[in-house]
Design a binder for this molecule. Sequence first.
Ligand SMILES: O=c1ccn([C@@H]2O[C@H](COP(=O)(O)O)[C@@H](O)[C@H]2O)c(=O)[nH]1
Length: 238
Amino acid sequence: MKQSLIIALDFPNLIQTEQFLNQFSSEKLAVKVGMELFYQNGPSIISYVKEQGHDVFLDLKLHDIPNTVKKAMTGLAALGADMVNVHAAGGRNMMEAALEGLDSGTAAGKKRPLCIGVTQLTSTSQEQMNLDQNIAGSLEDSVLHYAKLTQQAGLDGVVCSSHEVKTIHERISPEFLTVTPGIRNAGGQTHDQERIATPEQARNFGADAIVVGRAITGAKDPLTAYLDMKAAWEGISC
Ligand SMILES: O=c1ccn([C@@H]2O[C@H](COP(=O)(O)O)[C@@H](O)[C@H]2O)c(=O)[nH]1
């Protein structure tokens, strides 16, 4: 899923998902299925999206005791998603267990899904982290801490905001995947996001993939919104 613009399919059901995807005709997409769609539709949404030829990031952000996460990942591995994730705050043992679960659930001869750790949600501000989570220090330090923990556990990368990408690539590895939500067009509505960036900024910071939801799904013309954002992300001037 490197260099992808991943569309967040934040819809309540299959009908709305189909209506949305039908507008993209033969375009091969990278999409994200999150809690809203997965919990209301069930696991069959993953095979549906894969049958349409799209790459899928299953964004369920697992966070539980290691044994529970391991068993859950064994089940998720069988669904055929290309990438899954956990909260890095669950700790190193939990993340190692996630990988064990994925390995045991991946069918022989198939590649295990990429597994990445959520550092600090892009909806979290410096102040919220200090007060609500009672974590002192800078948000960037916390993101870097979680990114290092994620790498030590053997995961493939992290979810972070575009603003932390450069530090993560410099301090951990340029190969360590950085997947960045919180993407908005310049002057676009921020909604509940705190650490936002435009697709151009994300590219300049070196993000490996961007996740875009409402700026595309809520647009009057989602296909045009997608193509414009993709061109900006890829550095193509229209
Ligand atoms: O830190 C995170 C982790 C995940 N997300 C998810 O990405 C999309 C963003 O949607 P927008 O409409 O573009 O804000 C959404 O599905 C989140 O669950 C995130 O935003 N931040």
